[in-house]
Design a protein around this ligand. Structure first.
Ligand SMILES: Nc1nc2c(c(=O)[nH]1)N[C@H]1C(S)=C(S)[C@@H](COP(=O)(O)O)O[C@H]1N2
Ligand SMILES: [Mo]
Length: 543
């Protein structure tokens, strides 16, 4: 018998002790970690959405995208099985799928990092895509999803590392990666994992539910817009003549789709307005202050009017211009109710987000100018970014002095007493749109094969109209392009010149003549303070 005592053995936990971690149990904990991961994601995203706007919530976006994109068959089965509860059933089904995938992500990360995190990354990318497909959501709307993903990846990875350490400690081995603090006993490692899991899970549940409830009750204009049906126009616009659209590749379409329509505003996030709570007040120098609700507006005889809207910042050759079919009520008729008093010469319209525009009163009252308080754009309710639920559109005036989106009030006043948002910022008090023309095709700097090359584009002077478009190719004389038709003088016109292009490098300039005989001036002027002037020009190489 040896006198030397055997070194005391580290007490290895028996399988029944609470710190033991058989692989089956570890796997269950890994799955749980994936569930905590999705809870952290949803909670942090909902919290960020409190600031960015309810429609930016990935939960909302994925839910409503699922309703839009669920294949018809699935929808029908849902309706058949659950009658009116079809949406709830769809969401339960999605929830179950989500739980399974996230639990798997936990197990995958536990077994083969970083593939569990990759699953979260992929899921977040899909959620971001769903957010971006919601009309009204701009790029900033992905912020909740992105922040949610970053927070989730950090918390989720940390949880998995804690679990792996606990596992390693029970096996009496070192956790393979350098991780501070150094490995502790299984009891301490187990506690560290559980404590972190409980805190992350509970905080997500409490804060996420709270933020979700606030977001769910916040005005969600995306959902309200989707539920809105526009009335039929009492006065329809003339049909677009077949000759308004030239068959030329690369030319801007006569009517620009809402998705392609340029957007300019000072709003960081798109205002969320509930039509049921919207009113427009007409105040100031009027005999009869007027207040009209959205419901009242929709019951009025609405007028369809096609008009080209343009931004004063549009440089020569620029694309801050578009043509659309607007549906709305003539502002002139609302002003007639309010009865402006003598001496008033301006209407200062204000938006919910603090923008304002000063529009000449006589333009708004003019019988021949279809200035609209618009609710529709190209047959659908105004997209959120184009002013949902109500905006102004005034043919012939730049947007900054007339086209107030999310409009909530009109104050009848005087130019010497009030000014619109851009006036003190270096832009003119008045902003009639200038006569301009643009070459859409060929693109500047491109090569084209010799032969007949269609040179084409658009020309405009909304409310006056364009009567002629000419091209100057190199030093040759001006040649006249063919003008397409238009619905009225309030819209731009397409034009084309079929050019027999000889080989070599060529410069092409364009100029328009208005319906009143004015020729577009050649001297370049920049957009500030009241709109660019000058001829658009391209250089092409014919090979
Ligand atoms: N509330 C609000 N309305 C606004 C603006 C704005 O910044 N805020 N910009 C104006 C300008 S400068 C233009 S050119 C038009 C652009 O309208 P769109 O974004 O629908 O093309 O909106 C006008 N209405
Ligand atoms: Mo503008």
């Amino acid at each position: 018998m040896s006198l030397r005592a055997a070194p005391p053995k580290a007490p290895s936990p028996t399988p029944s002790s609470p710190v033991a971690l058989p692989p089956r149990v570890a796997r269950a904990y890994a799955a749980l970690t994936g569930l905590i991961g999705i809870a952290v994601f949803l909670a942090s995203a909902e919290i960020v959405a409190l600031f960015v706007g309810a429609p930016s919530s990935p939960l909302f976006a994925v839910g409503s995208a699922a309703i839009d994109f669920a294949p018809h068959g699935v929808k029908q089965i849902m309706v058949d099985l659950f009658s009116t509860g079809d949406k709830a059933a769809l969401f339960v089904l999605m929830g179950v799928i989500l739980v399974v995938i996230c639990a798997l992500a936990g197990i995958v990360e536990w077994k083969k990092s970083p593939w569990g995190r990759a699953i979260f990354l992929l899921g977040a990318a899909l959620a971001a895509a769903a957010v971006l497909t919601r009309s009204g959501n701009g790029v900033i709307a992905v912020a909740p999803t992105v922040v949610g993903l970053v927070v989730t990846l950090l918390v989720f990875r940390r949880l998995i590392v804690r679990l792996l350490r606990w596992e390693a400690s029970t096996a009496g081995v070192e956790f393979p990666t350098a991780f501070v603090p150094p490995m502790q006993t299984p009891v301490i490692e187990r506690r560290a994992f559980l404590r972190f899991a409980i805190v992350a899970g509970a905080a997500s549940a409490v804060l996420g539910t709270g933020a979700r409830l606030i977001n769910a009750t916040a005005v969600n204009a995306v959902a309200l817009r989707a539920a809105l049906k526009l009335p039929k126009a009492a006065v329809a616009e003339k049909a677009v003549p077949a000759g308004a659209s030239l068959d030329v590749e690369g030319i801007t379409p006569y009517v620009v789709s809402n998705a392609d329509f340029y957007r300019i505003d000072t709003a960081l996030t798109v205002p969320q307005i509930d039509p049921a709570k919207w009113t427009l007040k007409i105040t100031g120098m009027v005999e009869n202050p007027v207040e009209i609700s959205f419901d009242e507006l929709m019951k009025l005889p609405l007028v369809e009017h096609m008009a080209t809207l343009s931004c004063v910042s549009n440089d020569v050759g620029g694309n801050l211009i578009g043509n659309a079919l607007w549906l709305g009520y003539p502002i002139r008729d609302l002003l007639a109710r309010a009865k402006p008093t003598a001496g008033a010469d301006m209407v200062l319209s204000r938006s919910q987000d603090g923008f304002s525009a000063g529009t000449p009163l006589d333009v708004l009252q003019d019988e021949g100018t279809q200035a609209l308080l618009a609710v529709g754009m190209n047959g659908v309710p105004l997209p959120l970014e184009h002013g949902f639920p109500v905006r102004m559109v005034v043919p012939g005036l730049f947007g900054y002095v007339s086209a107030t989106k999310w409009v909530v009030s009109m104050e009848v006043t005087r130019f010497d007493k009030a000014e619109g948002y851009w006036t003190p910022r270096g832009w003119s008090e008045r902003g009639p749109v200038k006569l301009e023309s643009r070459i859409d095709t060929p693109s500047n700097g491109y090569s084209v094969p010799a032969g007949v090359v269609p040179v084409a584009g658009v020309a405009w002077e909304p409310h006056t109209g364009v009567s002629k478009v000419e091209l100057k190719i190199d030093k040759d004389d001006w040649v006249e392009a063919t003008l397409a038709d238009s619905v009225s003088a309030d819209t731009w016109r397409q034009w084309v010149y079929r050019w027999d292009a000889p080989k070599g490098s060529h410069t092409i300039q364009v100029r328009a003549t208005s319906a009143t005989g004015k020729v577009q001036p050649s001297t370049y002027r920049p957009p500030a303070p009241n709109g660019a002037e000058g001829w658009d020009q391209i250089t092409v190489t014919v090979t």
